[in-house]
Design a protein. Structure first.
Length: 40
């Protein structure tokens, strides 16, 4: 993790963390939907 994130205020760090979590969840959901709709 870059030092900039470590030195950033807690609010900014929390926003980055939440954004990463949301992005990972959306990516996972997208993959699941793709696998379900993909013809076998």
């Amino acid at each position: 993790m870059p030092r900039d994130l470590m030195l950033a205020p807690n609010g900014a760090t929390t926003a980055v963390g939440v954004g990463a979590i949301v992005a990972s969840i959306l990516l996972t959901v997208a993959v699941i939907v793709y696998l379900r709709k993909r013809p076998k």
